[in-house]
Design a protein around this ligand. Structure first.
Ligand SMILES: [Zn+2]
Length: 452
């Protein structure tokens, strides 16, 4: 057993629906007790330390310890192609992405990029992600092998894409090979260690009806797997989906007819949904991944976050970088974009709403909140140590916090927390992340302090 002492912030409830002061759990001097991979105990240092007198304790002074950040939508094979210039979705895929992903026929290359990718996630404080691969089974093997070595919780699966003409022929699979390979990969990887499998048709446009039906069949055979895909990202894409599925009522209906919409189904983007779609997403308990950095970079549109988090149509919502269409690996930078997307719709995304989406909200959107997302005992010890004053600018603005001198010491501490954490949400990236723990092990430690 070991202990971590410091200042902790996590969530007990969703601040979109609960008063913020009740939603957050803030321990100015807390103790996290770790037994092996998991959290054994969590509480104020003063009380808890007496119960564990012989505990070996690591203390992080003047730091903020958060549950690990959760990225609900990202593409590991696009790591080398992040920040590709000048195109919207369909042209971007053709010009940059398919040639890059074709290289993942080579398993050695896939493994090399998987290692780079996972190390980048750790350096950015991301401890769990829902990850797209390619149409090549070896790219899934390489990824899960790299995850297994780190004992990290990732959701991934073989990408399905069999519609002729939409990608180079050598990139496409068939409904049959997708079904057979997916089945084999599920048997070998799903729930092995912390690995979790997602049936992953790339997007409606990329698959024939036959392949989508295979997804439904796989989901029926393995009901506890995830389903991960894209939906309603780009206007041109949506128009083409309507053309190739003339019998479907709308984009969502293409997936509904395949029998894959329900709990553990995540639709990345979901930007251009009408009221009826929001109702059906809420009713079926499906999830969306809000990927604002990507949506701005590719010019796809503005996600309706207040609609997703409304009382009328509450939809499980997590954040996604969608790297390489997203121009970052950092969930803090995604929060920066999320704040601006909200601002463009005359709404405010406060720091606690943002950090909730990045942690417990993300875990709930993936149906993993019994394992990750907060410091509750029994969950895996996946967490990050951040320095909200790491850069000169963050330190300067922290010093200028307007704290009400008339309020209590506890209230002042919370105000300071909100001020500093918001600074990190807007100005942060990988720099505030000083340490990342996975399954109780320190897997990333920042070695130099960059000033910027
Ligand atoms: Zn994507």
């Amino acid at each position: 057993m070991k202990g971590i002492r410091g200042t902790f912030l996590d969530f007990l409830a969703d601040p979109y629906y609960t008063d913020e002061t009740e939603a957050i759990r803030y321990l100015r001097d807390g103790l996290l007790v770790i037994d092996g991979e998991k959290i054994k105990d969590f509480g104020p240092w003063e009380q808890l330390s007496q119960r564990y007198p012989d505990l070996e304790v690591t203390t992080y002074k003047d730091r903020l310890i958060l549950p690990g950040l959760i990225d609900t939508h990202i593409h590991y094979p696009q790591t080398e192609m992040v920040a590709a210039y000048g195109e919207q979705l369909l042209e971007w895929l053709e010009k940059y992405i398919f040639p890059t992903e074709l290289q993942f026929r080579d398993k050695l290359h896939a493994r090399k990029i998987a290692d780079v990718f996972l190390d980048l996630l750790l350096a950015n404080g991301t401890t769990t992600a829902q990850v797209f691969t390619t149409t090549f089974a070896q790219s899934v093997d390489a990824f899960f092998e790299a995850c297994t070595e780190r004992n990290i919780c990732m959701i991934a699966g073989l990408t399905g894409m069999d519609r002729p003409g939409l990608a180079p022929e050598e990139y496409l699979d068939t409904a049959e090979t997708f079904y057979v390979n997916s089945k084999d990969l599920i048997e070998r990887w799903h729930n092995k260690g912390r690995n979790k499998y997602a049936i992953s048709p790339r997007f409606a446009l990329g698959s024939t009806q036959e392949q989508l039906d295979c997804c439904g069949k796989l989901k029926g055979e393995y009901p506890d797997t995830w389903v991960n895909t894209h939906m309603s990202e780009n206007r041109k894409e949506i128009a083409q989906v309507a053309e190739v599925f003339p019998d479907a009522k709308d984009y969502l209906n293409v997936y509904e007819r395949a029998g894959i919409v329900g709990p553990k189904f995540t639709a990345g983007h979901s930007i251009h949904l009408d009221n009826d779609c929001w109702h059906r997403m809420a009713q079926s308990d499906a999830s969306v991944s809000f990927c604002p950095a990507s949506n701005l970079f590719l010019g796809s549109g503005l996600f309706l976050i207040e609609k997703a988090k409304s009382v009328e149509t509450p939809v499980r919502t997590g954040l996604g970088t969608d790297m390489g269409a997203g121009d970052t690996f950092s969930i803090f930078r995604v929060l920066n974009s999320a704040y601006k997307v909200s601002a463009l719709q005359n709404q405010k995304m406060g720091v606690f709403k943002g950090l909730y989406l990045a942690t417990l909200g993300g875990a709930k959107s993936l149906h993993l909140d019994h394992e990750i997302g907060s410091f509750d005992p029994g969950k895996f010890a996946d967490f990050i140590v951040t320095n909200p004053k790491v850069t000169s600018v963050l330190a300067m603005r922290a010093a200028r916090a307007a704290i009400d001198p008339g309020s209590s010491e506890e209230e002042q501490a919370r105000e300071r927390l909100a001020h500093e954490a918001f600074g990190m949400m807007i100005l942060g990236d990988e720099r505030p992340v000083e340490a990342t723990y996975i399954s109780g092990q320190l897997l990333y430690k920042k070695t130099s302090n960059l000033i910027g």
